[in-house]
Design a protein around this ligand. Structure first.
Ligand SMILES: [Zn+2]
Length: 280
């Protein structure tokens, strides 16, 4: 099930693509003997994941959360992730899911790693043009500033053509604070994966959908100590994750994950010291 109705909202999972990434990097200090029960690695220890985007249609707005990896990765990177040689067009994927890409009027990037904002723009004769010309784009100012520091730890995650043209033209708004972007659609800083990553909630008629982004990249990561090796602040990630999962369990939220290759929507339940996902 990749589409649900939640109050007055219609929410659709759109996978920009599947990709393969090192399983050890995804599960950090978790022994392979444990994570291998959830993900079967290929001979290079890579596991299959998704570039998950969600579209929320509220009646007044069509909001796209994340835009996948886009068309700016070089051949080596595409081979490393087992991506097809030519990047698929997110606009066509949206159309195939019954969503007219020209109706998208809001794009939210939870952060600016290439796998979350690569489809913001597309290359045409070497120039990055907005893929969603009608949309206002949003991300956090601190994340955009961090991207430009090019710290050696995570510089590889940032491709300026995915966001700088939009910032320069004024089409992307850099947020300083948690806020409501449209009625019922809220973004809130959820630090851990990095300092300024946002989580997104959509609430209508007493029901809430939450996109955890890379705070909980797959359903397997609801176990609080299962934190990816590439998270910049792992202890903070655990604390933030527990807070959000407690709220999700209490509120019977419907939840979406940034990279789960199968689960589109899940509920969260407490189980002992941890949490489990349940199909909605
Ligand atoms: Zn990611």
């Amino acid at each position: 099930m990749s589409r649900v109705t939640l109050g007055d909202f219609d929410i659709t999972l759109v996978r920009a693509d599947f990709y393969w990434w090192d399983g050890g990097a995804f599960f950090g200090v978790v022994p392979k003997t444990l994570w291998v029960k959830r993900f079967e690695p290929d001979p290079l220890n890579r596991i299959r994941l998704g570039f998950n985007c969600y579209v929320i249609r509220t009646g007044d707005h069509s909001i796209l959360i994340e835009t996948g990896a886009g068309d700016k990765l070089d051949r080596r990177a595409r081979v490393r992730m087992r991506l097809p040689e030519a990047a698929p067009d997110l606009r066509e994927i949206l159309a195939g899911a019954g969503i007219d890409p020209d109706t998208i009027d809001i794009v939210i990037n939870t952060h600016l790693h290439f796998d979350h904002c690569g489809g913001n723009t597309s290359l045409s004769n070497g120039a990055a043009k907005p893929a969603f010309p009608r949309a206002r784009y949003y991300t956090r100012r601190g994340e955009w500033e961090h991207a430009h520091t090019r710290h050696i730890r995570d510089a590889v995650s940032y491709i300026d053509a995915n966001y700088d043209p939009l910032v320069e033209s004024g089409q992307m708004q850099l947020l300083d604070d948690d806020c409501e972007i449209a009625p019922g659609i809220a973004v809130k800083r959820a630090p851990g994966h990095n300092r300024d990553m946002l989580a997104v909630t959509a609430s209508s008629a007493g029901r809430t959908f939450c996109f955890f982004s890379d705070l909980i990249p797959t359903a397997a990561h609801v176990t609080p100590s299962w934190v990816a090796a590439f998270d910049l602040f792992p202890l903070q990630a655990i604390d933030t994750k527990i807070r959000w999962l407690e709220e999700a369990a209490r509120g019977n939220w419907l939840c979406g994950f940034a990279h789960d290759p199968e689960v589109a929507f899940a509920r969260i339940e407490r189980a002992g010291q941890g949490f489990v996902t349940k199909t909605p």
